[in-house]
Design a protein around this ligand. Sequence first.
Ligand SMILES: [Zn+2]
Length: 309
Amino acid sequence: MAPACDPVAAILAAPHAFARLELPLAPVEVATVRSHYRRLALAVHPDKCKDAKAKEAFQALSEAFEQLSSDAGQAQLLRAAGATRSSRCRTATAPQDDTKAHWWDTNTWEEFEQRLRHRERAEAALNKQYCGNLRVKFTTRKVRGYVFAAERSVEHLDRQKGLPESLLWPPESTQAARDLEEEVNRARQTELYPGQANEMLPDYRERLELNDPGLALQRLLELMTHLRTVHLYCLYCGCTYDSGEDMERNCPGVTEEEHDEAKSMGLRDSATSTGAEAPEEQPGEDPLETFMASIDAELQGQKKRKKHR
Ligand SMILES: [Zn+2]
């Protein structure tokens, strides 16, 4: 007995992300966004609703939730709504095809709920760790670093799984970036002044939006949620787990802090095993160090590439 799903039509007809979540076009408490999302998700999740367009509506609803689930994200959308004439404004509400894997794409409602809970835990933990931190400048730089690393991991793991390009990949890895590069290469053949064509290439390292701590954190949350739920990959452990239970058991948590704590406990307790089954199967090297080293290597690579051209 499938219930009638009026919300499906309402969501698909909504003019903006706020309306999709039955909210007015104005700043709103993130907790309210979350509760609206939960309620509407239950109404239109394909596992719960037999409407032919349920999947489409659920997809649109989830994208809206992702955009509105931070103050910074809301502000960005409100600015865009106030300046729709600007063509330089990013199309934050561009419809995405449903072949892409999102954390909310699950076969069952149960799995969806599990992933949503996971995301909420990650969100709370990240906020606790990075927001209200007095060393904002330091933290923002750090979060930027994690965003870059996470984007690369998403691209790598998505490619491995044969998933198509997505907005979570590094911007320089997209087809649009490759097209631009090709265009610049062609322009180089004919340029009057050497280096002129290079001006056309954006500086992908700049990423001004990530200087906003709220937006940077939101991006990191999206990336980490994707890595942890779609790929069972932990950025801080630097490895992929066999199953959700495996991850639950062996990964210390969703924040860097929890990993640091677990690591120092591990160092102290290495002689006296505390757990019944100590998960000592980690590779010998410190994952965080490896991670920082990979950032260093990346930066070195950048420098070298710059020198070459
Ligand atoms: Zn971990």
